[in-house]
Design a protein around this ligand. Structure first.
Ligand SMILES: [Zn+2]
Length: 156
């Protein structure tokens, strides 16, 4: 059975595949891709709820562009840590990385604390440190409050 793999999304000749996305997270990654001006008019294929040995069910995205900007990759790592980004050339995977949130996040997330200086000084870049990678907790460098990554809204 297992050697008869069904190709569910057509292969791309070259571009980026985002794989091993836990089912349900794909939509959020798609939102990030939609905000990236470099991906305007770039063909993107989105698949949901595929069978996965590792995850049970997974989503997958295929982007017909050779690179993703670092900021977009960082936003993806915050929404869905551990997803795999594969680079495809001539139908072959030439690079495969599992993305993890960076230790320090500069101007990627907005602080929720209304008293935080970053809320009141528009030019000031926000800074968060990943204080608990397992629980996805980050701490604002300025007001020292701790938040879950998922409760903070992204800066686009
Ligand atoms: Zn703050």
């Amino acid at each position: 059975m297992s050697d008869k793999k069904i190709q569910m999304i057509p292969k791309i000749r070259s571009g980026i595949v985002i794989d091993h996305i836990p089912a349900g997270d794909g939509v959020h990654i798609l939102e990030i891709l939609e905000r990236d001006p470099a991906l305007k008019n770039v063909p993107i294929t989105f698949g949901m709820n595929y069978q996965s040995n590792k995850l049970g069910a997974k989503d997958m995205l295929k982007i017909q562009k050779d690179d993703l900007c670092e900021r977009t990759i960082q936003h993806i790592s915050l929404v869905s840590p551990g997803v795999t980004i594969k680079r495809i050339r001539d139908f072959e995977v030439v690079e495969k990385v599992s993305v993890q949130p960076p230790h320090e996040m500069v101007n990627l997330l907005r602080c929720l604390n209304p008293g935080c200086i970053t809320q009141n000084e528009p030019g000031l870049k926000t800074r968060f440190i990943l204080t608990d990678p397992k629980k996805n907790l980050v701490t604002c460098v300025y007001c020292e409050r701790e938040f879950s990554i998922h409760e903070l809204s992204p800066i686009v």
